[in-house]
Structures are given as structure tokens and as C-alpha cells.
Design a protein around this ligand. Sequence first.
Ligand code: ZN
Length: 351
Amino acid sequence: MSIQLLNSFLAPTYENFPKGRIISLVVLRKTLSETIFRTEGTGEPICREFVHTGSTSSKSIIERLVMTKRKQVAPERRKGREFLRAYNLLRTVKKKEEELMCSLNTNAPCEMCVDCFLYGFAAGGGGAQKSRVWTEDAFSLLPANELLADRTINGVYENGTMRLRKEEEEDKEKASKSLNTSEYIKPGVHFLDVVTLKDVTADEFRYIVGNILLTSRYGAVSSRVGRMENQILGVFGGIAELPSSLELVQSVHDAFTASGKALEHPFEQQAIADATKQVISNWTNKRGVSVKLSDAEVTELIADVDRNWSEDERETFLKRLDASYEPFRHAPAESKKGKNKSKPKDTEAGG
Ligand SMILES: [Zn+2]
């Protein structure tokens, strides 16, 4: 099994202290529908950044779309947490006499579930766990202005349409007047991304990769926008991080320029995948990067992840992962503003 090829960079068990083992993933993310990386209707622009076009001689600058760290990780955590919830693996936390279920973006992490141990938390009670899943902003290959479009959205009546009654369809004037212009990312836009995993166990690795591969909605939450697909193009092991997402996208831009292929939207998925694989093929020459899985090994690795997430094995897999933290669990210190920082570890176990 190819996960064993990563053994020197996997932690045998969860530990409280880092030991410099790094596994990195190169991820190609592609929009499959209109996508909006901001809260819908707030009017803030979609995130973009001026950066150098390529990595080498080129001094030219382009404005690239940015998929921020938060826009990547939050939906992927939510995906995993759906299954933790399904198997009762999220814990509750006591706050002011109230039993609260561990939840994201509230001040009540349970500090005991798989998600808390792996993606980290900052707790009111003074405890904190650093995330072991490090992400960076991912960049589009092409300039932002080629990848964005505006749509004017009519306000929708309560019957779910833009008109009050179907009969009125001929009456063009009756269409809802509340118009809203919304900027969106076109379907078929690619983002290149490097994800860094620090001191994770084999099961934690499977959990993270499963979350990345199973998450299919990003950005503004809605049933019709935000569909995306992720493909893992490379898996590395080492003691140092890979080049950044920005360096990756710049090098891929260089590779396209050198090959004389057209750089225009929409890209063929295979063309980008090939150019990216070419760029990362010699990354084991970088300091501290020692293992790169071959394409066949990556395929085998993903099959291993899929098997663990399958209908037959998912519950066993997630419960095994959950149980691996048992020796390290203790109830979160109650938040009485710094008073309890050195509270004994085994007080009032919340269950
Ligand atoms: Zn939790």
C-alpha cells in the first residue's frame, strides 16, 4: 500500500508536540458552476491580488483571483464534521450551565473531537490547539478579468420565482424590481493549491484527503452556486514545506508560455494537470523534500482513502480515528477568563 511509502513522515500516534514530519499535497481546484467567494449580497468584491505573472525572467504583473485559506478549509471541515455528527463523534461543551454541541465559528469548540484535534481551535478557556492542516491562498492561473462576470439577479418572490403568478409571464413589467448585481467566478476556472500536513497519522491523513475529495461546494452557500471539484496531482513527504501556491502557479504559467500553448479560458483540465505535474516532477530537488509519490502510487493512495470512506468502512474508520485521541482527551477548562489555565486535566469530564 502506497500510504506506507509516507511512513517516515507520518506520526505513528497523535502527539502533543510537533516533530517536523511534513506531507504536502498539490491540489488542482476547478469551479464547475458560477462561484462566489464572499457572502452573497454583501457587495464586497471577489478576492484578487496583483502578483508576478511567472516565476523566472518575467517582470510582468497580473491580477489573479484568490481562493483564500478560509474559503478552502471551512467547507472541508464542515464536510468531515457532517460524518462526525452522524456517528455521534462531536462532543458537547459546557458553557454557563448550557451543554453546547461542538461547532465551528462559535466560541465553543469541544476540544475533543477529530476536527478539534486536527484542524485546531482557540478556546475561551485558555486552551488552544494549532491546526496541523496548513493552507495558503490559492491563485488562478489566468488574470481575474478573464474569469469574472456580472449577473444581475432579480429579487425572488416567496413562490420561488421572479414573478408572482405564472399567468403574468407575458407581462414583462411585473418582474421583480429588486435587482442585485452580483460578481461571480465563471465555471471552469482553475486554482492551484499546496496543502501542508504536519505530524499527521495515517488515519488523519485519510480523513483530511477524504474531506478534500468529498467537498463539492465552496464559497457563498446556495444550491445553485459554488460547485467545485478537487483533484490531487501530487503527494510529497519531507521535513520542509513545498514551494508556495503562488510559486506553483507562476511556474505553471512559465511552463505554458514555454510550450507555446495558448493561455486562455476555459482551460482543458488535462492540459493544466500535465503542466503542473511537469513543474512538480523535480520538486524532490528542493531542500527538505525527499519523497514524491508516482502517479500510480497517488492513484493507489486515493483508492485507500476511498476505501476507508466507503459505506462499509466509514463508521469503523471514523471511530478508530476518534478513539486514537482518547489518551489525550480532557475536558476543556471552563471559561472564567484566564483563571483556569492550569486546571487539572481530568476535572468534570463532559462526556
Ligand atoms: Zn470539537
